[in-house]
Design a protein around this ligand. Structure first.
Ligand code: SF4
Length: 285
C-alpha cells in the first residue's frame, strides 16, 4: 500500500513554539507545571509528562506559589497573571502570538465601548480555554455564541455598539453565516472582526484536495481537539472512507481492504512523530 503523510498537517507554529519552550524549560527547572493540557493530544501530553511536565487544572493552580507554570498557546485571562504576580509564580508564557493579538484587540475594544454600554460577541465554544482567555479581556461580559441560534436568545441593543470576534480555531463558513445573521439583526450596525486563524482554515481547503486524492484517509487527532474534529469532518465529507484515530492501536485491518493509496493527515495539535508511527503501522498491516 502506498502511504502518504499530508505535508501540511501537524503542529502549527503556535503549538510548535509551546512544545519547544516546554522542552527547553524542563531542562532548566526542577518542576514545571502546565495549566491545562499543553496540546489537545494525549500522546504528546504523555511524552512531555515523561520528561517531567506536570499538567494541572485551575483549582490546583490557585493553590500554588513559588513555582514555575507554563501557559499554553490558547492563552489565559488576566486573573491568572494577577494570581501569579501575588504568589511569586514564574510564568513561561507560550500564548500564541495570534491569540495574544486577538486578546489585545478585544481588550482595547472593551475599554473603548464598555462606557457606552457596548456589547461584545465572541463566536466560540463555551468553557474552551482560549474563549475563557478572550472573555477575560472583557471582564467576562462578552456574549459567547456557539451557533447562530444563540443569537435569538439575546436582546441586542442596536443603539449601542455591537462587535463580533471569533475564537481562532472555528470554521470560517459558520463564522460567515453567523456574521450575516448578526448584521441583519443589527441592521448593519455590528462591527464584524474575522479573527479565525488561517493555520486552521487554510488547512481545510488543502485537506479537501488531499482527501480526494487518496482511497482512504486516516485522520490522526486528539479526542479533545476542536480543530481535529473540524478538519476530520472536512475529510469525511470529501472522502467517506475517512477514519479518525488517536493512536496506532485504533487502526483496523479491514478498513484497508481493496485500497491502494492511504493518506494520513492530522490537526494543528497532532505531532509529526505520531503520524510517522501510524504510517509505519499501516505499512505493516
Ligand atoms: S491554530 Fe493558529 S492561533 Fe491557534 S495556536 Fe496555532 S497558530 Fe496559534
Amino acid at each position: 500500500m502506498n502511504v502518504e503523510i499530508d505535508r501540511e498537517s501537524g503542529f502549527c507554529f503556535g503549538v510548535t513554539n509551546a512544545v519547544k519552550k516546554a522542552e527547553e524549560s524542563l531542562k532548566k527547572v526542577k518542576v514545571l507545571y502546565c495549566l491545562g493540557d499543553i496540546v489537545h493530544n494525549s500522546m504528546e501530553v504523555s511524552r512531555l509528562a515523561q520528561l517531567g511536565l506536570r499538567i494541572i487544572n485551575r483549582k490546583k493552580y490557585h493553590s500554588l506559589n513559588n513555582c514555575t507554570v507554563l501557559i499554553r498557546a490558547h492563552g489565559e485571562p488576566p486573573s491568572i497573571y494577577e494570581y501569579a504576580q501575588k504568589n511569586f509564580i514564574d510564568i513561561i508564557d507560550t500564548t500564541c502570538p495570534v491569540v495574544l493579538a486577538l486578546q489585545k484587540k478585544i481588550r482595547e475594544t472593551y475599554l473603548d465601548i464598555a462606557p457606552m454600554g457596548g456589547q461584545i460577541f465572541i463566536y466560540g465554544k463555551k468553557g474552551h480555554a482560549e474563549v475563557v482567555g478572550l472573555n477575560g479581556q472583557t471582564n467576562n461580559t462578552a456574549f459567547i455564541i456557539e451557533d447562530e441560534k444563540d443569537l435569538d436568545d439575546i436582546n441586542i441593543d442596536i443603539n449601542k455598539p455591537v462587535v463580533l470576534f471569533s475564537q481562532t480555531t472555528k470554521s470560517l463558513s459558520l463564522f460567515n453565516n453567523l456574521s450575516k445573521k448578526l448584521t441583519e439583526k443589527t441592521m448593519g450596525k455590528a462591527k464584524i472582526n474575522d479573527t479565525i486563524c488561517r493555520q486552521v482554515s487554510n488547512r481545510a481547503t488543502e485537506m479537501k484536495v488531499f482527501s480526494k486524492e487518496h482511497d482512504i484517509i486516516i485522520f490522526v487527532g486528539g479526542a479533545k481537539s476542536s480543530n481535529a474534529k473540524y478538519l476530520y469532518s472536512i475529510c469525511k465529507h470529501n472522502n467517506p472512507s475517512s477514519f479518525f484515530v488517536s493512536e496506532e492501536k485504533n487502526l483496523k485491518k479491514e478498513w484497508f481492504e481493496g485500497y491502494k493509496k492511504a493518506g494520513i493527515c492530522g490537526a494543528t495539535s497532532t505531532p509529526g512523530w505520531l503520524m510517522e508511527e501510524i504510517a509505519k503501522k499501516i505499512k505493516q498491516i
